[in-house]
Design a protein around this ligand. Structure first.
Ligand code: ADP
Length: 613
């Protein structure tokens, strides 16, 4: 049995638990993949929006270039340069202040201190005259439209992927290539944390997997300390951004084709630029219901939103992309419109599959337990069958021995006394009857097992059947020292029955009463009508013997079951008598039941339905 349990555990339980564990793991991976796909999709949206904004700003830069060339065309540029501020502001709404400076640092326009005393000009002079005059280095984010520009712009546009584990690496690559340029030696020390920290994913596992990313959430836009002439270098045009009193200032500059010594520039009106960009902040129409995209300024405050009145934790977008050095620390961020939906869908999927797995494991467990229980039963049955063979052999042997012994004595005429001869003959008859009974029981049992047992039902009187059977059995019992009392009703008890089968039941019960009576050799038979909702005829066979041990009251009706072991009790038996008695009674729509008797002994009752006239 232990072996079977071990096989079950090793072959069924352990593999199914392992499978369940694998299923749970793959479920988690599925969720991870799903979130990753979603994250990549939205990252694509913010990346392409950031690129579109950069492109728009680059277009504006080209527009500025052509305006400068048009301005200088035909005139003496140096003579006209003094008018540049007025001219560019008057014709180009994006310009806040126009300036013109020579590479050697001679600020031609505007004159500082300014002749026209507007706050913009005053501040411009204060902030930029020393810088444009190459008298001081300032912290600047720059773009010169050369190879470096491309490196910066493209890196910033595409390497914000939430799952790009190399972003740290690409940052350092970027920094080292920037360090190789002539401008700025302090890039690495200037790297700053991003103002927003994209959530990357809502699941803990993914967040942990991306712990490195979370830790190294540095801005890819790095300022450098430089003088204006260093920024210009050999280039023709570019843009540069500075933070002054925490306010972003953006400038375009262009070097004149005709006179490479002259640099024209414009400080941009940021709020106008932003209102131009605002219309571009829209996700793909298919994603409009899923995400809200926002343009965040350098303080992570939304300046443009794709959905009006949308509110979120602005510093915690789902994904975000930095725009680049044109708008340093500005980001295009995407927020989930319904963040619950993602976790809810994942939770529902996990719950459903979890339940399914639990159910399957439970089914395997219960199935396994049923198999083991059935195996157990089969093993017990096999054991009982083996016992049965040895019990039956024993039961056959005992009467055969007596029959043989007494018949030999009689055959050899060694017994002269006629009384003894008669007694020997009675013993032979009784033992033959016992043999017949046993063989009948075995044969009937095998017929019943094969479903071949036939009954010959007819109208009969139960009291009559019992009377006849008891009278046939009485001499044997009385010879064995039993006191037999039989109380029969005055009238008949009409039943539909196979009289031989019912007689067999009565004989089996009587024979058991005889076997299990021990020293108290007193058997009572009571036959009576039993009234109730379903009136029936009842035969009770009572003895004063050992009784059925507690707990075995129902088991004694199972095939081969013996509550009194032949070895310990010395009582022979096949374990079939009560099984047959009950099956015969049930075939008559009746029942055989056991009740213990007060003061010891057993009471077996055979009940048959009364035939209504
Ligand atoms: P057996 O051939 O062993 O008597 P039975 O099917 O007739 O087989 O009975 C099953 C078991 O029920 C017996 O082994 C015995 O333990 C118990 N039993 C039957 N009749 C009695 C009784 N009158 N008193 C006590 N125990 C009984």
């Amino acid at each position: 049995m232990r072996k079977v349990a071990l096989v079950f555990v090793l072959a069924v339980l352990v593999p199914s638990l392992v499978l369940a564990w694998l299923a749970v793991r793959s479920l988690r991976d599925q969720q991870f993949l799903l979130e990753r796909q979603q994250s990549l999709l939205y990252q694509g949206v913010t990346d392409s929006l950031a690129k579109a904004l950069n492109d728009h700003i680059a277009d504006q830069q080209r527009e500025f270039d052509s305006r400068v060339e048009a301005f200088a065309n035909g005139n003496d540029p140096r003579a006209a340069a003094a008018q540049f501020d007025e001219q560019i502001r008057g014709t180009w709404p994006l310009a806040e202040v126009g300036f013109c400076v020579t590479l050697s640092g001679n600020l031609i326009c505007p004159t500082c201190p300014p002749t026209r005393n507007t706050p913009e000009l005053r501040n411009f002079c204060l902030d930029n005259s020393a810088f444009l005059g190459n008298r001081e280095t300032v912290e600047v984010y720059w773009n010169d439209n050369s190879g470096n520009t491309k490196l910066m712009g493209q890196n910033l546009g595409s390497n914000q992927n939430a799952f790009d584990s190399n972003s740290q690496q690409s940052l350092s690559q970027y920094q080292s290539s920037a360090n190789n340029s002539s401008v700025g030696q302090n890039y690495s020390s200037k790297s700053q944390m991003r103002k927003v920290s994209p959530q990357k994913s809502y699941s803990k596992e993914v967040a942990n997997a991306n712990a490195d990313l979370q830790d190294g959430n540095f801005s890819k836009v790095v300022p450098a300390e430089a003088e204006f002439s260093q920024l210009v270098g050999d280039n023709t045009d570019g843009m540069l951004a500075r933070f002054l009193q925490n306010k972003l200032k953006l400038m375009f500059w262009h070097r004149l084709n005709r006179d490479r010594d002259l640099v024209f520039g414009a400080q941009l009106n940021l709020s106008r630029l932003v209102s131009e960009l605002r219309g571009m902040i829209q996700p793909d129409p298919a994603l409009r219901d899923e995400i809200c995209v926002a343009l965040l300024d350098d303080n992570a405050r939304p300046v443009a939103l794709s959905r009006a009145h949308f509110a979120a934790q602005w510093k915690r977008p789902f994904v975000a992309t930095e725009i680049g050095e044109a708008l340093p620390h500005w980001e295009v961020a995407a927020y989930l419109v319904n963040p619950e939906q993602l976790t809810q869908a994942a939770r529902t999927a996990r719950l459903t599959l979890g339940l399914l797995i639990a159910l399957l494991v439970l089914a395997i467990g219960v199935g396994g337990w049923l198999i083991v229980a059935d195996l157990n039963r089969q093993l017990a049955l096999a054991r009982q069958k083996t016992d049965f063979v040895s019990n039956v052999s024993h039961e056959l042997k005992t009467p055969l021995t007596s029959i043989r012994m007494f018949s030999e004595l009689l055959a050899e005429q060694r017994v002269a006394d006629p009384a003894k001869q008669r007694s020997y003959l009675q013993i032979i008859t009784a033992e033959t009857a016992r043999l017949t009974r046993l063989i009948n029981n075995v044969l009937d049992f095998s017929r019943m097992e094969r479903g071949e047992k036939k009954y010959n039902f007819r109208d009969a009187d139960l009291a009559g059947i019992v009377r006849e059977t008891v009278e046939t059995y009485r001499p044997h019992l009385e010879n064995s020292g039993f006191q037999l009392e039989c109380s029969l009703p005055a009238g008949e008890l009409p039943v539909r029955a196979d009289t031989d089968a019912i007689a067999q039941v009565v004989v089996n019960l009587l024979s058991n009463a005889e076997k299990y009576s021990g020293d108290k050799k007193r058997i009572t038979i009571e036959v009576a009508r039993r009234d109730g909702p379903l009136p029936c005829a009842e035969v009770k066979i009572l003895d004063c013997g050992v009784g059925v041990p507690r707990g075995s009251e129902e088991k004694i009706f199972e095939k081969f079951y013996r509550a009194h072991d032949a070895l310990s009790s010395g009582i022979q038996g096949s374990g079939l008598g009560l099984t047959l008695a009950r099956q015969i009674a049930r075939a008559h729509d009746g029942e055989v039941i056991y009740e213990s008797r007060e003061g010891g002994g057993s009471c077996f009752s055979l009940r048959l339905p009364l035939k209504m006239s």
